[in-house]
Ligand binder design. Structure first.
Ligand code: ADP
Ligand code: MG
Length: 467
């Protein structure tokens, strides 16, 4: 037990450390770009000050190395400015500090006993969806291996031979759900871990922004500081050489230091044509696990579970009818339940068999097809007899320019992607190029019925291949 004088002394020390660090932060903020400040300095917490030595908490070793390598001069200058010539800085890693101090010491604040301020290393957005957990992921034959591997990685990130863990399979089969569940599990077990989820599209956009704002070091450093990096839909890195190069570096750093990498894709690594061979070979270092469409029993189990969650009660016949008639993917099963729920509560209708049949018919005929830029590019190129990679290059031949504009126009029409992302799919072109293509094709279509016909044909082909 500490006596009152010691406690008050500690409090004094801590307050001083806080003020001193605040002053340092003020100076640092003036000298580095905002993203650098946010990524590397904001997560730091003051710990204590003793004889001009300021101790600060940092999330992990990587932070220390990074700061020392890149901001040593700045940090030394700042510390001596605030603490005088003899000022020194010592780094303490959150985890070590917490482990050594458990249970957390208490200090009095305003006369009452309060715990030491909880150190919260999560100073960034993880983008994990808390709804996606292992608890609500139904086990079935099609997802057995992927689920088991995901659970093992969730329990011991970086400690299994499943590194990277590569999950692949068709649309709506649970890849995104499963990889979020891993991230959620890691944080549930240890909230101090640094975990991040990002789609490969968003990763590419951030990468381009980092180049434009000259903050590439911070961008890659941020991802290298993770304990677990989760990247969804890695197939969208195909054709994006520069992003792949950077991802390769990040991957190596993380893998070498025993950090976990988790990836998802619509196809196995070896079929990711257009992805750098170095990356493909790295992917096979760990485990690739596929998810197959759910069999009948799994579909029934999923329907039972989800209808319970949504609070709809469905008879066995109804559940089996739906499971028999909607078989391709789980997103559609969910869509059907939501439709039943919405219509039944809107019309305060009993859920009877006729109503279910009608809804199932609607869901399976109104199939939401997901169209990708890759598919659009493929079909447009086949149609015009142009090589696909020409669309991503700086080729100015008339027929290539026209095919590129068509593909961009259709991408804007048929996908939900932003102009910026579409531009990136076509060799990293600017969003204004996409706008220009859009208006050119619109103008042509207005004037020329043949162009309108071509657009209809292309759209039909694309929709047919997507469903
Ligand atoms: P993918 O990323 O493979 O396209 P998602 O992970 O987005 O698929 O899954 C689509 C929907 O189906 C999500 O709402 C998800 O929660 C649900 N889902 C998929 N697989 C399962 C499962 N095994 N158990 C419960 N829900 C599932
Ligand atoms: Mg997904």
């Amino acid at each position: 037990m500490q006596n009152a004088a010691e406690m008050s002394n500690n409090l004094q020390l801590e307050k001083n450390a806080k003020d001193i660090w605040k002053e340092c932060l003020g100076l640092i903020k003036e000298n580095v770009p905002f993203i650098t400040y946010n990524t590397w300095f904001l997560p730091i917490r003051p710990f204590e000050i003793e004889n001009s030595t300021l101790k600060i908490y940092v999330p992990n070793n990587f932070f220390i190395e990074w700061i020392e390598e890149h901001y040593n001069t700045l940090i030394n200058k700042t510390v001596s400015q605030v603490l005088g010539e003899e000022g020194r800085l010592i780094y303490v890693i959150y985890e070590e500090k917490i482990a050594a101090d458990e249970p957390a010491p208490v200090i009095p604040i305003n006369g009452s006993i309060a715990p030491t301020p909880q150190i919260k290393p999560l100073d960034y957005e993880t983008f994990l969806n808390p709804r996606y957990t292992f608890d609500n992921f139904i086990k079935g034959e099609g997802n057995q291996l992927a689920r088991a591997a995901a659970m093992a990685v969730g329990d011991s990130p970086g400690q299994t031979s499943f590194n990277p863990l590569f999950i692949y399979g068709g649309v709506g089969l649970g890849k995104t759900h499963l990889i979020h569940a891993i991230g959620n599990k890691i944080l549930e077990t240890d909230p101090r871990k640094r975990v991040i989820y990002i789609s490969s599209d968003a990763f590419t956009v951030e990468f381009v922004e980092a180049i434009q704002s000259n903050t590439l070091n911070d961008f890659s450093g941020f991802y290298k500081s993770m304990d677990a990096l989760i990247i969804d839909d890695i197939q969208f890195l195909v054709g994006k050489e520069k992003t792949q190069d950077l991802f390769f570096q990040i991957f190596n750093t993380l893998h070498q230091s025993g950090k976990q990498v988790i990836l998802s894709s619509d196809k196995p690594p070896k079929d990711l044509k257009g992805l750098n061979e170095r990356l493909i070979s790295r992917f096979s270092w760990g485990l690739s696990a596929d998810i197959q469409p759910p069999d009948f029993e799994t579909r029934v189990a999923i329907l039972k579970n989800k209808s319970e969650v949504y609070g709809i009660s469905l008879s066995r016949e109804i559940v089996e009818y739906i499971a028999q008639n909607i078989s391709s993917n789980i997103r559609e099963l969910e869509g059907c339940l939501i439709k039943l729920l919405a219509s039944s509560s809107l019309n305060s209708k009993e859920i009877d068999f006729e109503f279910v049949k009608k809804t199932v018919r609607e869901v399976s005929t109104n199939k939401q097809v997901t169209v990708s830029v890759e598919l659009i590019t493929k079909i447009v190129c086949e149609f015009f007899g142009v090589e696909e990679n020409k669309l991503r290059e700086k080729n100015r031949r008339k027929e290539v320019v026209f095919a590129r504009q068509m593909a961009m126009y259709l991408s804007k029409q048929m996908t939900k992607l932003s102009l910026k992302t579409i531009g990136l799919h076509f060799g990293g072109r600017d969003h204004s190029t996409v706008i220009h293509s859009q208006s050119s094709i619109e103008q042509l279509a207005l004037k020329d019925p043949k162009i309108r016909e071509t657009l209809d044909t292309l759209k039909n082909k694309i929709e047919m291949s997507a469903s």
